[in-house]
Write a protein that binds this ligand. Structure first.
Ligand code: ADP
Ligand code: MG
Length: 698
């Protein structure tokens, strides 16, 4: 049997269900199904009594008869309600979707086994959309006390693909496995770590006989998953260093020296010096640099980028500096221009709104080498942009760039440029090890001197009067203020209305001529945005009402108050980014988090954490814990985070061990050519052939 056989050929699936499995769960082949693991297991032998259900019960399994099934409510409130009764009481079961299907599928007065999460409504428990099966079907031959539960969707359920039935088709697949699953870990690793064999683990993860066997299967598959990610990353990194030679920049010349002596506006911090040294070493090493620079907001990464670009210039090369938004690209252009103009360095700005004539001129300037540094947005990685000799690419706030976009940079010259990726979104170590496992990492762990701690407060909406009073007082002292609204979706008209309402009420509260208010949001034309930004920068307006377009990088030292509306709607790292817009000058800065009284437990935790901590790394850890890595900014675009079984938080120990073992193995046997490592070599080349080649992206 070939595991790559399309899923429709599995008995019990067929073309219609196959289509759904593809669309809803991305299951295309036998292999995909095999690797679709249960997300939870329950002990099939244990039942809850209805009168035992309490508010701290998570999932419960109950056996009882269905009574009084009926469709109730109108329109959006329409639902199917049924009561499940056992000998201790009854509980309501509810379906909001697939009403007709479920109504036909169940019979009153028949015994069912129901599994679900009780929720409390009007002081009574109900179970919305439970898993449900006739009790009579329980006597089938699955034979284990532990039953796996598979994530499924309403659509799938209404076509008969409940968790239960997914389990059944997997059972069919199991019959075909023996002899078809090749072990991919060498004997020495299996015996050293006492890991279950691959085939056995894949069977047991779906149909564990008991908890102990399940744990062993999980341990094996988690290790396998994390180990091969690390092996692949490290192998790739080593290969790249061997194959790709980098431009050698050993000269430190007039640009670097001149800037350092005459134009550096302040003393570099120790951390900046350390990082610049690391970059200098890379650039002179003959290897192509692939470095991730992490530094909290305001830690002075721009200057590090600038110094690095000057090294490229001193060696006769060009550099480019790419930012995720026009506002930020503009700002980089101006900051760099201010510092470099007098040194005869030619910098240009290229964005989506650069006019055709200017664009043409820029393109020719890049090609003939007249332009030294190009700053801009994605526009600068488009095809027609060709450099004479691009030596260094700096990508700021890289999490906004898709993986594919970064890959395009490599096409810009025959020999790949050095790449410096900068981010202020502190990434927890375990995540960084996986996301950027093939990059070298530099960290700026020190802020420029004299920064005052940003005072962070949480106000309920009812304290708005107090907020306005505080704002007036700050403006009187000459400060400027940001007010940010959560435009989760920049094109959503509903969110935009919130923003415009907010803007109008601020204008009413802070009327002309005494006050002036700017507004910036994603749906404005670039020129208008820029105009509003410039008014704020020139201090013609005191208040800037904005969406999160303001989040990244914008540097206006006189703005010392950040008000975040509906702060409960933001994630921690975003809140931290926003807060980082203030605290850049000498004055005491403030961050005010506005929320309503109603907040989820998690939102409350986020707000409390923000008030207490200003350490980006600490916040990132909490964020990862609260939300899971899949939801962290920027991680969605990276396929490697779609782990099937391992968890970057809970399995930190396994991850670290897997990485160090992969490192050790490659150290001794870089090409995996020894007899012992045949399985690793084969599986790695299989992975490189089949999964998207994320690792080749610098
Ligand atoms: P980020 O790391 O968030 O990109 P920036 O590069 O924008 O931070 O720097 C934040 C502010 O700190 C800027 O106003 C910059 O001029 C200033 N700055 C950078 N390095 C130093 C330093 N060594 N001493 C004093 N101020 C600095
Ligand atoms: Mg920055």
């Amino acid at each position: 049997m070939d595991l790559d056989t399309p899923i429709e050929y599995l008995k019990g699936v067929g073309p219609k269900r196959a289509d759904l499995l593809k669309k809803e769960l991305q299951i295309y082949t036998f292999r995909d199904l095999l690797y679709y693991f249960p997300f939870r297991y329950t002990d099939r032998s244990k039942y809850f009594k209805i009168n035992e259900i309490s508010s701290d019960a998570s999932y419960v399994q109950i056996k009882g008869k269905i009574r009084n099934m009926q469709v109730v409510g109108q329109k959006r409130g329409k639902r199917l309600s049924a009561w499940l009764q056992d000998d201790t009481g009854k509980i309501e079961l509810l379906w909001f979707k697939g009403i007709r299907w479920f109504k036909d599928a169940f019979n009153e007065d028949t015994e069912y086994i129901v599994f679900g999460k009780p929720s409390l409504f009007n002081n009574r428990f109900n179970i919305p959309h439970p898993e449900i099966e006739p009790a009579s079907e329980r006597k089938d031959n699955l034979g284990n006390t532990l039953q796996g539960f598979y994530n499924t969707t309403e659509k799938l359920k209404s076509r008969g693909l409940s968790s239960r039935n997914i389990s059944k088709i997997i059972k069919t697949l199991m019959g075909k496995l023996p002899g078809n699953i090749k072990e991919n870990l060498p004997e020495y690793i299996l015996s050293m770590l006492r890991l279950t064999g691959r085939e056995e683990a894949l069977i047991n993860i779906h149909f564990p006989k008991d908890l102990d066997i399940l744990k062993k299967a999980q341990a094996r598959l988690k290790f396998e998953e994390l180990f091969f990610i690390q092996l692949r990353l490290l192998h790739h990194k080593a290969g790249r260093n061997k194959k790709v030679s980098g431009h050698v920049f050993i000269k430190i010349g007039d640009y670097v020296n001149g800037f350092y002596k005459h134009h550096l506006p302040f003393e570099l911090t120790g951390a900046q010096k350390k990082v610049i040294k690391e970059i200098r070493n890379d650039l002179g090493s003959g290897k192509q640099m692939n470095r991730l620079l992490q530094g909290d907001v305001g830690s002075g990464k721009t200057l590090v980028a600038l110094m690095s670009m000057l090294i490229a210039l001193d060696n006769g090369f060009q550099a480019c500096f790419m930012a995720p938004t026009e506002i930020l690209a503009n700002q980089h252009y101006e900051t760099l221009g201010r510092m470099l103009d007098s040194m005869g360095i030619k910098i240009r700005l290229l964005t989506g709104s650069t006019k055709a004539a200017e664009r043409k001129e820029i393109l020719s300037g890049l090609l003939n080498g007249e332009i030294h540094i190009l700053t801009g947005t994605h526009a600068l990685i488009e095809k027609p942009v060709v450099f004479k000799n691009l030596g260094l690419v700096v990508i700021d706030e890289q999490h906004r760039f898709g993986v594919a976009q970064r890959a395009r940079l490599w096409e810009k010259s025959s020999r790949p440029p050095h790449v410096l990726v900068m981010t202020a979104t502190p990434i927890p170590r375990t995540l960084a090890m996986t996301l950027y496992g093939d990059l070298d990492i530099s960290i700026i762990d020190e802020l420029p001197p004299g920064r005052k701690k940003i005072k962070t407060h949480h106000f309920y909406d009812s304290k708005r009067k107090k907020l306005f009073g505080f704002m007036r007082e700050q403006i009187k002292q000459g400060r400027q203020i940001y007010i940010v609204y959560p435009l989760i979706n920049e094109s959503s008209t509903l969110d935009l209305k919130d923003l415009m309402d907010g803007y109008e009420s601020i204008c009413r509260e802070f009327p002309l001529p005494e006050y002036a208010v700017s507004i910036v949001h994603g749906q404005m034309k670039h020129a208008d945005k820029d105009h509003e930004m410039q008014r704020f920068i020139r201090k013609e307006t005191q208040i800037m009402v904005a969406t999160t377009v303001i989040e990244v990088g914008v540097d206006i030292p006189n703005a010392s108050v950040m008000v975040i509306e509906n702060a409960e709607r933001f994630g921690l790292s975003q809140l931290h980014q926003l807060r980082g817009r203030v605290g850049r000058g000498a004055d005491q800065s403030y961050c005010i988090l506005m929320t309503g009284y109603k907040m989820t437990h998690e939102a409350r935790l986020r707000i409390e954490t923000m008030v207490q901590s200003q350490d980006g790394f600490e916040l990132a850890e909490v964020d990862l814990r609260l939300r899971g890595p899949g939801d962290l900014q920027g991680t969605q675009q990276s396929g490697i985070i779609n782990l099937k079984i391992a968890n970057l938080i809970r399995d930190e120990k396994i991850l670290k061990y897997a990485r160090s073992l992969a490192y050790e193995i490659l150290n001794k046997d870089p090409d995996l050519s020894s007899e012992n490592n045949v399985r690793l070599r084969k599986y790695l080349s299989y992975l490189n052939k089949t999964s998207p080649n994320w690792a080749s992206i610098g």
